[in-house]
Design a protein around this ligand. Structure first.
Ligand code: SF4
Length: 112
């Protein structure tokens, strides 16, 4: 069993149901093409908003730690998790990715 998770943008979540990400997982295409049938999406979650970094946001760290408790192996960062003005990766998201990476989680950029 391979355990994967998707991290997306809180702002985008106001207008996105995540259907495209979930379809790509279900159909094993796009960024999920290499996963086998025994792959489980254990969480689809969002950041806690701009300016909320894992180092000082207890809730955000709690969400990341919950994934670790569940044995997550891969974290997919959705394309929406970028600064809307510059399209650069959000440091808030990168902080989460770096934290999980130090715990052995593999980081994958993109979903669909
Ligand atoms: S930090 Fe980035 S991913 Fe999170 S809400 Fe702000 S723009 Fe979206």
């Amino acid at each position: 069993m391979t355990k994967i998770s998707i991290l997306a943008c809180k702002i985008t979540g106001d207008r996105c149901a995540g259907a495209g990400c979930l379809r790509a997982v279900r159909e094993r295409n796009k960024a999920f093409a290499d996963y086998g049938p025994d792959t489980e999406l254990i969480a689809m979650w969002r950041c806690n908003g701009c300016g909320h970094f894992i180092a000082d946001d207890e809730g955000l760290k709690k969400k990341a730690d919950r994934l670790l408790d569940l044995g997550v192996e891969y974290l997919h960062i959705s394309h929406c998790a970028k600064k809307k003005d510059t399209k650069e990766p959000c440091p808030e998201i990168e902080g989460v990715a770096a934290y999980l990476q130090t715990k052995g989680v593999k980081i994958v950029r993109g979903t669909h």
